[in-house]
Design a protein around this ligand. Structure first.
Ligand SMILES: O=P(O)(O)OC[C@H]1O[C@H](O)[C@H](O)[C@@H](O)[C@@H]1O
Length: 361
Protein backbone atom coordinates (compact mmCIF):
# COMPACT_ATOMS: atom_id res chain seq x y z
CA UNK A 1 0.00 0.00 0.00
CA UNK A 2 1.72 3.15 -1.12
CA UNK A 3 0.83 6.31 0.73
CA UNK A 4 0.34 9.25 -1.68
CA UNK A 5 3.62 11.16 -2.05
CA UNK A 6 3.49 14.28 0.16
CA UNK A 7 2.71 17.44 -1.84
CA UNK A 8 5.68 19.79 -1.95
CA UNK A 9 4.30 22.90 -0.20
CA UNK A 10 6.20 26.19 -0.30
CA UNK A 11 8.78 26.61 2.49
CA UNK A 12 6.55 28.53 4.96
CA UNK A 13 3.79 25.94 4.48
CA UNK A 14 6.37 23.17 4.82
CA UNK A 15 7.51 24.65 8.12
CA UNK A 16 3.91 24.88 9.27
CA UNK A 17 3.27 21.33 8.11
CA UNK A 18 6.41 20.12 9.88
CA UNK A 19 5.29 21.92 13.05
CA UNK A 20 1.85 20.32 12.96
CA UNK A 21 3.37 16.92 12.22
CA UNK A 22 5.12 17.04 15.58
CA UNK A 23 1.68 16.79 17.12
CA UNK A 24 0.00 14.58 14.51
CA UNK A 25 1.05 10.98 13.76
CA UNK A 26 3.16 10.92 10.63
CA UNK A 27 1.94 8.91 7.66
CA UNK A 28 5.00 7.12 6.30
CA UNK A 29 5.75 7.42 2.61
CA UNK A 30 6.90 4.11 1.19
CA UNK A 31 6.15 1.69 -1.61
CA UNK A 32 5.77 -2.09 -1.28
CA UNK A 33 7.08 -4.03 -4.29
CA UNK A 34 8.30 -7.50 -5.23
CA UNK A 35 12.07 -7.92 -4.91
CA UNK A 36 14.44 -10.82 -5.64
CA UNK A 37 12.85 -14.29 -5.72
CA UNK A 38 9.44 -12.59 -5.33
CA UNK A 39 10.21 -11.54 -1.76
CA UNK A 40 8.44 -8.30 -0.82
CA UNK A 41 10.50 -5.23 -0.11
CA UNK A 42 9.74 -1.65 0.89
CA UNK A 43 11.19 1.24 -1.16
CA UNK A 44 11.95 4.46 0.69
CA UNK A 45 12.58 7.49 -1.47
CA UNK A 46 13.96 10.69 -0.02
CA UNK A 47 14.44 14.12 -1.48
CA UNK A 48 17.18 14.70 -4.10
CA UNK A 49 17.28 11.07 -5.15
CA UNK A 50 18.29 9.46 -1.86
CA UNK A 51 16.75 6.00 -1.44
CA UNK A 52 16.74 2.84 0.65
CA UNK A 53 15.18 -0.62 0.46
CA UNK A 54 14.22 -3.07 3.19
CA UNK A 55 13.01 -6.63 2.66
CA UNK A 56 10.17 -7.89 4.83
CA UNK A 57 12.25 -11.06 5.03
CA UNK A 58 14.54 -10.44 7.96
CA UNK A 59 13.51 -6.74 8.02
CA UNK A 60 16.80 -6.45 6.19
CA UNK A 61 17.94 -3.20 4.63
CA UNK A 62 19.63 -4.21 1.35
CA UNK A 63 20.13 -0.83 -0.30
CA UNK A 64 21.00 2.72 0.76
CA UNK A 65 21.84 5.15 -2.07
CA UNK A 66 23.09 8.71 -2.04
CA UNK A 67 21.85 11.58 -4.24
CA UNK A 68 24.07 10.33 -7.08
CA UNK A 69 22.32 6.92 -6.88
CA UNK A 70 25.59 5.38 -5.66
CA UNK A 71 25.04 2.23 -3.57
CA UNK A 72 26.58 2.67 -0.11
CA UNK A 73 25.89 -0.79 1.32
CA UNK A 74 27.43 -4.07 0.18
CA UNK A 75 25.25 -7.00 -0.89
CA UNK A 76 27.05 -10.03 -2.27
CA UNK A 77 26.46 -10.81 -5.94
CA UNK A 78 25.97 -14.39 -4.71
CA UNK A 79 23.47 -13.52 -1.97
CA UNK A 80 20.67 -16.09 -1.71
CA UNK A 81 17.20 -14.52 -1.44
CA UNK A 82 15.53 -17.73 -0.28
CA UNK A 83 14.40 -18.44 3.26
CA UNK A 84 15.68 -19.81 5.57
CA UNK A 85 19.08 -18.56 4.34
CA UNK A 86 19.94 -15.03 5.52
CA UNK A 87 20.59 -12.43 2.79
CA UNK A 88 24.36 -11.84 2.57
CA UNK A 89 24.81 -8.11 2.91
CA UNK A 90 22.95 -4.90 3.73
CA UNK A 91 22.09 -4.70 7.45
CA UNK A 92 21.06 -8.09 8.91
CA UNK A 93 19.42 -7.88 12.33
CA UNK A 94 21.13 -10.18 14.83
CA UNK A 95 18.58 -11.05 17.58
CA UNK A 96 18.08 -12.62 20.13
CA UNK A 97 21.70 -13.72 19.86
CA UNK A 98 24.81 -12.23 18.31
CA UNK A 99 27.28 -14.71 16.79
CA UNK A 100 27.77 -17.84 18.81
CA UNK A 101 27.18 -16.06 22.13
CA UNK A 102 24.43 -18.51 23.14
CA UNK A 103 22.83 -21.81 22.11
CA UNK A 104 20.73 -20.57 19.18
CA UNK A 105 21.83 -20.64 15.53
CA UNK A 106 24.46 -18.02 14.69
CA UNK A 107 23.01 -14.49 14.99
CA UNK A 108 19.65 -15.75 16.27
CA UNK A 109 16.54 -16.03 14.08
CA UNK A 110 15.18 -12.46 13.48
CA UNK A 111 17.05 -12.23 10.14
CA UNK A 112 15.45 -15.49 8.98
CA UNK A 113 11.85 -14.54 9.66
CA UNK A 114 9.14 -12.76 7.64
CA UNK A 115 8.30 -9.45 9.34
CA UNK A 116 5.10 -7.49 8.74
CA UNK A 117 4.40 -3.80 8.26
CA UNK A 118 3.14 -2.13 11.41
CA UNK A 119 0.64 0.51 10.30
CA UNK A 120 -0.11 1.67 13.81
CA UNK A 121 3.04 1.59 15.91
CA UNK A 122 3.24 3.20 19.35
CA UNK A 123 4.35 6.83 18.84
CA UNK A 124 8.08 7.29 18.32
CA UNK A 125 9.49 10.81 18.66
CA UNK A 126 10.97 11.63 15.23
CA UNK A 127 12.48 14.55 13.40
CA UNK A 128 9.39 16.02 11.63
CA UNK A 129 11.52 16.58 8.51
CA UNK A 130 11.69 12.78 8.04
CA UNK A 131 8.92 11.84 5.62
CA UNK A 132 10.16 8.51 4.27
CA UNK A 133 10.05 5.71 6.80
CA UNK A 134 8.44 2.33 7.44
CA UNK A 135 7.65 0.47 10.66
CA UNK A 136 8.09 -3.31 10.74
CA UNK A 137 7.21 -5.77 13.50
CA UNK A 138 8.20 -9.30 14.52
CA UNK A 139 6.55 -11.47 17.14
CA UNK A 140 7.65 -15.06 17.90
CA UNK A 141 5.87 -17.94 16.18
CA UNK A 142 5.00 -21.16 18.06
CA UNK A 143 8.14 -22.64 16.48
CA UNK A 144 10.24 -19.73 17.75
CA UNK A 145 8.84 -20.16 21.26
CA UNK A 146 10.09 -23.75 21.22
CA UNK A 147 13.68 -22.63 20.69
CA UNK A 148 13.53 -19.35 22.64
CA UNK A 149 10.62 -19.53 25.12
CA UNK A 150 9.97 -15.81 25.43
CA UNK A 151 7.20 -13.55 24.13
CA UNK A 152 8.38 -10.29 22.64
CA UNK A 153 7.41 -7.53 20.24
CA UNK A 154 10.29 -6.29 18.09
CA UNK A 155 9.49 -3.09 16.24
CA UNK A 156 11.95 -1.68 13.72
CA UNK A 157 11.66 1.74 12.09
CA UNK A 158 13.78 2.29 8.98
CA UNK A 159 13.92 5.98 8.05
CA UNK A 160 15.56 8.12 5.38
CA UNK A 161 16.45 11.62 6.57
CA UNK A 162 16.18 14.81 4.47
CA UNK A 163 19.96 14.72 3.83
CA UNK A 164 19.97 11.04 2.90
CA UNK A 165 21.05 9.75 6.29
CA UNK A 166 19.67 6.30 7.12
CA UNK A 167 18.46 5.37 10.59
CA UNK A 168 17.29 2.09 12.12
CA UNK A 169 15.46 2.28 15.45
CA UNK A 170 14.70 -0.99 17.24
CA UNK A 171 12.21 -1.25 20.09
CA UNK A 172 12.09 -4.64 21.80
CA UNK A 173 9.47 -5.24 24.50
CA UNK A 174 9.18 -8.22 26.84
CA UNK A 175 5.54 -9.36 26.55
CA UNK A 176 5.94 -12.46 28.72
CA UNK A 177 2.78 -13.13 30.80
CA UNK A 178 4.55 -15.58 33.09
CA UNK A 179 6.50 -12.88 34.89
CA UNK A 180 9.85 -14.01 33.44
CA UNK A 181 12.60 -11.64 32.31
CA UNK A 182 14.71 -12.47 29.28
CA UNK A 183 18.20 -11.55 28.13
CA UNK A 184 19.56 -11.25 24.59
CA UNK A 185 22.52 -10.04 22.59
CA UNK A 186 22.01 -7.91 19.49
CA UNK A 187 23.75 -6.32 16.47
CA UNK A 188 22.99 -4.27 13.38
CA UNK A 189 25.32 -6.30 11.13
CA UNK A 190 26.11 -3.48 8.71
CA UNK A 191 27.98 -4.26 5.47
CA UNK A 192 29.55 -1.07 4.06
CA UNK A 193 30.51 -0.92 0.38
CA UNK A 194 34.13 0.24 0.04
CA UNK A 195 36.34 0.83 -2.99
CA UNK A 196 39.29 -1.25 -1.75
CA UNK A 197 39.63 -2.62 1.79
CA UNK A 198 43.36 -1.79 1.72
CA UNK A 199 42.37 1.89 1.26
CA UNK A 200 40.04 1.96 4.26
CA UNK A 201 40.68 2.97 7.85
CA UNK A 202 38.39 3.10 10.86
CA UNK A 203 38.61 5.88 13.44
CA UNK A 204 37.07 5.82 16.89
CA UNK A 205 38.14 2.38 18.09
CA UNK A 206 41.76 3.21 18.87
CA UNK A 207 42.95 1.97 22.31
CA UNK A 208 39.61 0.15 22.90
CA UNK A 209 39.54 -3.31 24.47
CA UNK A 210 38.18 -6.04 22.20
CA UNK A 211 37.37 -9.75 22.14
CA UNK A 212 39.16 -11.42 19.25
CA UNK A 213 36.91 -14.05 17.66
CA UNK A 214 39.96 -15.36 15.80
CA UNK A 215 41.74 -16.06 19.08
CA UNK A 216 39.07 -17.81 21.14
CA UNK A 217 37.30 -14.57 22.08
CA UNK A 218 40.36 -13.58 24.15
CA UNK A 219 40.48 -9.97 25.34
CA UNK A 220 43.09 -7.54 23.96
CA UNK A 221 43.62 -3.78 23.69
CA UNK A 222 43.68 -2.06 20.27
CA UNK A 223 46.75 -0.08 19.30
CA UNK A 224 46.73 3.70 19.42
CA UNK A 225 45.90 4.75 15.90
CA UNK A 226 43.29 4.19 13.22
CA UNK A 227 42.56 0.58 12.24
CA UNK A 228 43.71 -0.49 8.77
CA UNK A 229 43.12 -3.83 7.06
CA UNK A 230 45.65 -6.35 5.77
CA UNK A 231 44.07 -9.68 6.78
CA UNK A 232 40.95 -11.30 8.24
CA UNK A 233 39.51 -9.39 11.19
CA UNK A 234 36.73 -10.42 13.57
CA UNK A 235 36.80 -8.28 16.73
CA UNK A 236 34.12 -7.23 19.21
CA UNK A 237 35.18 -3.80 20.51
CA UNK A 238 33.83 -3.26 24.01
CA UNK A 239 32.18 -0.07 25.30
CA UNK A 240 33.03 1.64 22.00
CA UNK A 241 32.35 5.37 21.42
CA UNK A 242 28.93 6.37 20.09
CA UNK A 243 30.50 7.69 16.88
CA UNK A 244 32.75 5.67 14.54
CA UNK A 245 34.15 6.80 11.17
CA UNK A 246 34.83 4.45 8.25
CA UNK A 247 37.07 6.33 5.83
CA UNK A 248 37.27 5.20 2.19
CA UNK A 249 40.32 7.07 0.97
CA UNK A 250 39.92 6.14 -2.70
CA UNK A 251 36.28 7.28 -2.88
CA UNK A 252 36.99 10.34 -0.67
CA UNK A 253 33.98 9.18 1.29
CA UNK A 254 33.57 8.82 5.05
CA UNK A 255 30.74 6.86 6.64
CA UNK A 256 29.80 8.24 10.03
CA UNK A 257 28.11 5.63 12.19
CA UNK A 258 26.29 6.82 15.31
CA UNK A 259 24.90 4.29 17.79
CA UNK A 260 22.58 4.56 20.81
CA UNK A 261 21.79 1.81 23.32
CA UNK A 262 24.50 -0.39 21.78
CA UNK A 263 27.75 -0.28 23.75
CA UNK A 264 29.88 -2.53 21.54
CA UNK A 265 30.96 -2.57 17.90
CA UNK A 266 32.01 -5.59 15.84
CA UNK A 267 34.48 -5.22 12.96
CA UNK A 268 34.58 -8.07 10.44
CA UNK A 269 36.17 -8.82 7.13
CA UNK A 270 36.46 -12.50 6.13
CA UNK A 271 39.48 -11.89 3.83
CA UNK A 272 40.42 -14.35 1.09
CA UNK A 273 40.35 -17.79 2.72
CA UNK A 274 37.00 -17.41 4.49
CA UNK A 275 35.55 -15.63 1.44
CA UNK A 276 36.30 -18.70 -0.67
CA UNK A 277 34.61 -20.92 1.93
CA UNK A 278 31.33 -18.92 1.88
CA UNK A 279 28.88 -20.16 -0.81
CA UNK A 280 26.95 -16.89 -0.83
CA UNK A 281 30.00 -14.63 -1.13
CA UNK A 282 32.28 -13.98 -4.12
CA UNK A 283 35.92 -15.01 -3.72
CA UNK A 284 37.20 -11.45 -4.29
CA UNK A 285 34.31 -9.59 -2.67
CA UNK A 286 36.14 -9.19 0.64
CA UNK A 287 38.08 -6.36 -1.04
CA UNK A 288 34.92 -4.29 -1.46
CA UNK A 289 33.18 -4.58 1.89
CA UNK A 290 33.70 -4.00 5.60
CA UNK A 291 31.31 -4.83 8.41
CA UNK A 292 31.12 -2.42 11.34
CA UNK A 293 28.28 -3.65 13.52
CA UNK A 294 26.89 -1.66 16.47
CA UNK A 295 26.10 -4.34 19.03
CA UNK A 296 25.34 -5.40 22.59
CA UNK A 297 27.51 -8.49 23.08
CA UNK A 298 29.68 -8.34 26.23
CA UNK A 299 26.74 -7.45 28.48
CA UNK A 300 23.46 -9.06 27.31
CA UNK A 301 20.39 -6.82 27.60
CA UNK A 302 17.83 -7.99 30.18
CA UNK A 303 14.17 -6.95 30.09
CA UNK A 304 11.50 -7.57 32.73
CA UNK A 305 7.93 -8.22 31.49
CA UNK A 306 6.53 -4.94 30.11
CA UNK A 307 9.97 -3.33 29.79
CA UNK A 308 11.10 -2.01 26.41
CA UNK A 309 14.65 -1.46 25.09
CA UNK A 310 15.53 0.97 22.31
CA UNK A 311 18.63 0.67 20.13
CA UNK A 312 19.40 3.03 17.29
CA UNK A 313 21.82 3.16 14.37
CA UNK A 314 22.26 6.30 12.27
CA UNK A 315 24.43 6.33 9.15
CA UNK A 316 25.58 9.23 7.04
CA UNK A 317 28.05 9.38 4.15
CA UNK A 318 30.19 12.51 4.12
CA UNK A 319 31.90 13.31 0.75
CA UNK A 320 35.24 14.38 2.20
CA UNK A 321 38.21 12.88 3.99
CA UNK A 322 38.80 13.49 7.66
CA UNK A 323 41.73 14.95 9.48
CA UNK A 324 42.91 12.19 11.70
CA UNK A 325 41.17 12.19 15.06
CA UNK A 326 38.22 14.37 14.06
CA UNK A 327 34.98 12.44 13.92
CA UNK A 328 32.82 15.49 13.45
CA UNK A 329 31.82 15.79 9.78
CA UNK A 330 31.54 19.56 10.25
CA UNK A 331 35.25 19.77 11.00
CA UNK A 332 36.32 17.96 7.90
CA UNK A 333 39.00 19.35 5.65
CA UNK A 334 37.20 20.39 2.45
CA UNK A 335 38.45 18.56 -0.64
CA UNK A 336 41.23 20.28 -2.58
CA UNK A 337 38.81 21.45 -5.26
CA UNK A 338 36.88 23.46 -2.65
CA UNK A 339 40.08 24.98 -1.30
CA UNK A 340 41.14 26.00 -4.84
CA UNK A 341 37.72 27.59 -5.37
CA UNK A 342 38.03 29.55 -2.12
CA UNK A 343 41.48 30.82 -3.11
CA UNK A 344 40.27 31.95 -6.54
CA UNK A 345 37.29 33.76 -4.95
CA UNK A 346 39.64 35.54 -2.51
CA UNK A 347 41.90 36.62 -5.42
CA UNK A 348 38.88 37.83 -7.38
CA UNK A 349 37.71 39.81 -4.33
CA UNK A 350 41.17 41.42 -4.07
CA UNK A 351 41.04 42.48 -7.74
CA UNK A 352 37.59 44.06 -7.24
CA UNK A 353 38.78 45.88 -4.11
CA UNK A 354 41.76 47.35 -5.96
CA UNK A 355 39.54 48.39 -8.92
CA UNK A 356 37.05 50.13 -6.62
CA UNK A 357 39.89 51.85 -4.71
CA UNK A 358 41.32 53.16 -8.00
CA UNK A 359 37.88 54.61 -8.91
CA UNK A 360 37.39 56.29 -5.54
CA UNK A 361 40.89 57.81 -5.12
O1 LIG B 1 27.87 -15.78 8.01
P1 LIG B 1 27.10 -15.07 9.09
O2 LIG B 1 26.33 -15.99 10.00
O3 LIG B 1 26.25 -13.98 8.53
O4 LIG B 1 28.20 -14.36 10.05
C1 LIG B 1 29.17 -13.52 9.44
C2 LIG B 1 30.05 -12.91 10.54
O5 LIG B 1 29.20 -12.13 11.39
C3 LIG B 1 29.91 -11.45 12.44
O6 LIG B 1 30.68 -10.44 11.90
C4 LIG B 1 30.76 -12.38 13.29
O7 LIG B 1 31.60 -11.60 14.15
C5 LIG B 1 31.62 -13.28 12.42
O8 LIG B 1 32.25 -14.24 13.24
C6 LIG B 1 30.75 -13.98 11.37
O9 LIG B 1 31.56 -14.81 10.52
Amino acid sequence: MAAPPPSSPSPPAAAAAAATQQTQPQTPFYELVKGNSGLEKVLLRGTRGFSAEVYLYGAQVTSWKNDHAEELLFVSSKAIFKPPKAIRGGIPICFPQFGTHGNLEQHGFARNRLWTIDDNPPPLPVNPAIKSFVDLILRPSDEDLKIWPHSFEFRLRVALGPNGDLSLTSRIRNTNTDGRSFSYTFAYHTYFSVSDISEVRVEGLETMDYLDNLKGKERFTEQGDAIVFESEIDKVYLAAPSKIAIIDHEKKRTFVLTKEGLPDAVVWNPWDKKAKAMQDFGDGEYKHMLCVEPAAVEKPITLKPGEEWKGRLALSAVPSSYCSGQLDPLKTVPPASTLERIISLVNEFDQWTQAIRALVV
